[in-house]
Design a protein around this ligand. Structure first.
Ligand code: ADP
Ligand code: ZN
Length: 748
């Protein structure tokens, strides 16, 4: 007999076996979505494999597949096998992994299931408006031929295929009546299908003229194109300074891949996915691009999914989840700003889209291009192992644009400027003044000290902490001053006096962007000052602020991490980094790498146009390698140094690590569970691997739960897996939440 292995959306690792009724055996193939019974519930599952032989369950207990949901399999072989591999890599439940790539159920599919009388189907969420389609069918023998308009409509249907009744009605005044008659005579079948919509509503974008490539761009592109044409898996690191024209290389590579019949995916960091970026792709590649972003409605998302799956659209662009786009005949994946932390998903299946882009491309015999001005140390290590080919763009693409001059301002020696604000030093004040006088623009970057601007009592030194989470509360000044926790959303009014010592000396520590914006407005009353951070700007708002910046309706833009990402703003000549070292002290072995990348990226926003740029970095630690080397744009030396340190401390990329996190409301329960699991891991772990901890996490309490964790570390992946599987096989009871994070990006 044959049976189906089905992944169902439950927090269990393995797949379940179901028997296959004869009438479904033709449609049921790997990648099909099916309706199955799980306990007493009906759930959607994905067929992983159809297996010949005896199932691992007694025949009497074996349930059968109830229905095949979609007309065609929802996952291609390529995508399905990639997802299975991804699930193995992260030790994640297969049902959850499948969900990363599954489209919503089409309303028409749900309709079909309902007509089969399947109970419980009503509860399925579905998408799409049902539209009546007229489908031509073979008429019964001996029927009288239709006449008049009905005949014309039938001819049309027979030559062009099924058609929406409403669009027939636009051409033939009595189409609805005629179609009814045709149905009654048996020439036509009426069917409800879900309507797909045109995903591109935005204003048209003018075609751009491709610039003449620089020699370096040409050489890089040639290497990529040769690999695309070779249809062999290949991977490159496009190592190009900020403004070196990496995007231009992606554009050409994608254009070439699509012309030769392949599909392409472009992954960008969350924050970089702006209308400007998309406009650049549309201007070159036309409108047949699926832009996948969180603002899409279900209907839009589904329409894009369909057009990609059917091959009508060959290009998908988006943040990390676009990695799962059902692009047909995948030939190329580009990951822009590959070092960016937002490629890591920090909930559910904790995958890293940058790492998995390499995997998907490899398995699909496609080419993967990772681009960055500050490559991750992981990529650097892969280059040294010759698993990535390095393509270098050493200078800025535009002749006139030079890398900006960087100066360090030592805050230990240099005090506040005229505004009295310690983060607007005298040199910075003068530089802003000069830039304004020259009619040019400034970006000021405030490095959020891990967790945002906080309130401190100057008398006793107490900081205002969230009662639920072991983090400082963030001060918000809009309206009535409030303290807010950015983890659990706890909020309270800013107290008048310190809750610990009752002194009236509460003041803001590491002033936030709001306060800097206010100070600047006082210092430069005629300047147009704006601010960009997560508080003012979700998706569309941030795009609008950047638009105003581009059209020079803003003179000075103050912001957090959001101002550092890939924006191409040619009139910005001054970049000020207000507090370079704020994130250096985070308890995370990547702290220096992150600070370095951030500084180089933010400095790269200056002088991209025709006027030279200037960068001022304010710091209390000007001699720190991450700061001193960033000031010299010296990526190579930083990488060498940092790699040596990682090797010595046995951290990635020289070791593989996983974090096992344990959380519970009761601290002792969390601690005990962590100890028990660490013990299990220790006993299971083969030679060559080690278990470090358990210990309380640096963020020791989050959303009212105590957090403990331990690290498993090993040179190779095998021993790591063995230890983690042992942990997952003896899960703690329900009071404890357990997560396993393979290749963690955050150590907090
Ligand atoms: P990156 O992605 O490396 O930061 P971009 O692709 O955004 O760089 O290019 C920076 C600027 O240089 C853009 O304004 C772009 O239009 C321009 N540019 C790119 N390639 C060329 C070229 N070959 N000649 C002239 N200008 C170019
Ligand atoms: Zn909190």
């Amino acid at each position: 007999m044959s049976f189906a292995k089905v992944a169902v959306p439950v927090p269990l690792g393995q797949a379940f076996s179901y028997s296959i009724p004869d009438e479904l055996s033709a449609e049921l193939v790997p990648g099909s979505r099916v309706l199955v019974e799980l306990g007493r519930r009906r759930v959607l599952g994905v067929v992983l494999a159809v297996v010949e032989g005896e199932p691992d369950v007694e025949a009497a207990k074996l349930k059968s597949v109830l229905a095949v949901v979609d007309r065609e399999p929802v996952l291609s072989e390529e995508l399905l096998s990639f997802l299975i591999e991804l699930g193995r890599y992260y030790l994640a439940p297969l049902g959850e992994v499948m969900r990363l790539a599954l489209p919503q159920v089409e309303r028409s599919a749900k309709h079909r299931l309902e007509q089969q009388g399947l109970a419980g189907v009503e509860a399925l969420e579905s998408v799409g408006r049902l539209v009546r389609f007229a489908v031509p069918v073979e008429p019964p023998p001996g029927g009288a031929p239709p006449r008049g308009q009905a005949q014309e409509i039938l001819d049309q249907l027979r030559s062009a295929g099924a058609c929406e009744v409403s669009s027939l009605a636009k051409r033939w005044s009595s189409a609805r009546g005629s179609v009814k008659r045709l149905e009654a005579l048996g020439f036509v079948r009426l069917e409800s299908r879900s309507q797909s919509i045109d995903p591109f509503f935005a204003e048209p974008v003018e075609k751009d003229v491709a610039p003449e490539l620089t020699d370096a761009q040409r050489a890089a592109l040639d290497a990529i194109l040769a690999a695309v044409d070779g249809r062999q898996p290949a991977a490159f690191l496009l190592d190009g300074v900020t403004g070196s024209g990496k995007t231009e290389v992606y554009l050409r590579a994608v254009e070439h891949a699509v012309r030769s019949g392949s599909g392409a995916i472009i992954l960008v960091p969350e924050i970089a996915l702006t209308p400007q970026l998309v406009a650049r792709f549309r201007a070159r590649l036309g409108d047949a691009i699926a832009v996948l972003h969180s603002g899409l409605t279900d209907l839009e998302r589904h329409a894009m999914w369909r057009s990609l799956r059917d091959g009508q659209v060959q290009i998908a662009i988006g943040a990390r989840s676009a990695l799962f786009a059902p692009v047909a005949r995948l030939g190329l994946i580009c990951v822009d700003e590959e070092h960016d932390g937002s490629f890591k998903q920090e909930e559910g299946v904790r995958y890293n889209a940058r790492d998995m882009a390499l995997l998907r491309a490899h398995r699909a015999s496609a080419v993967c291009v990772l681009g960055s001005a500050t490559p991750s140390l992981g990529s650097e290590a892969l280059v040294r192992e010759r698993r990535l080919g390095r393509l270098v763009l050493p200078g800025r693409a535009r002749q006139s644009a030079e890398l900006p001059k960087v100066e360090l301002v030592d805050l230990r020696r240099i005090g506040p400027g005229p505004g009295g604000h310690k983060l607007i030093s005298l040199p910075l004040y003068r530089a802003i003044e000069a830039t304004l006088a020259a009619g040019q623009q400034t970006i000021l970057f405030l490095n959020r000290r891990g967790f945002a601007p906080t309130v401190l009592c100057e008398a006793c030194g107490a900081t205002m902490q969230c009662p639920n989470c072991a983090v400082a509360l963030t001060l918000h000044r809009r309206g009535r001053p409030t303290l807010r926790c950015h983890y659990c959303d706890y909020a309270c009014a800013l107290p008048e006096v310190c809750p610990s010592c009752s002194a009236q000396k509460l003041s803001e520590e590491g002033a936030g962007t709001e306060r800097i914006e206010g100070t600047l407005a006082e210092l430069f009353p005629t300047a147009r000052v704006a601010r960009l951070d997560r508080d003012v700007a979700g998706g569309h708002k941030s795009a609008r602020i950047l638009d105003r910046m581009r059209s020079h309706e803003i003179d000075v833009l103050v912001g957090t991490q959001m101002v550092t990402k890939g924006h191409d703003l040619p009139q910005v000549t001054l970049v000020g980094v207000l507090n370079a070292d704020a994130a250096l002290s985070l308890p995370d072995f990547r702290a220096a790498e992150r600070v370095f990348q951030l500084l180089v990226q933010v400095a790269g926003r200056a002088g991209r146009g025709d006027s030279p740029g200037q960068v001022l970095i304010q710091t209390y630690q000007p001699e720190h390698a991450a700061i001193a080397l960033a000031a010299n744009h010296d990526v190579r030396s930083f990488v060498d140094r940092e790699l040596a340190a990682r090797r010595e401390l046995n951290y990635p990329p020289f070791a593989r690590i996983a974090l096992v996190r344990v959380e519970a409301v009761d601290e002792r329960i969390a601690e005990a569970a962590a100890e028990r699991l660490a013990d299990i891991a220790r006993r299971a772990v083969p030679k060559g691997a080690e278990v470090v901890g358990p210990a309380a996490a640096p963020l020791a309490r989050l959303r009212g739960r105590f957090r403990y964790r331990f690290m498993v570390r090993s040179k190779e992946r095998g021993p790591l897996r063995t230890a983690l599987l042992a942990v997952l096989r003896s899960p703690p009871d329900r009071r404890v939440r357990l997560t396993v994070d393979v290749d963690p990006m955050s150590m907090l």
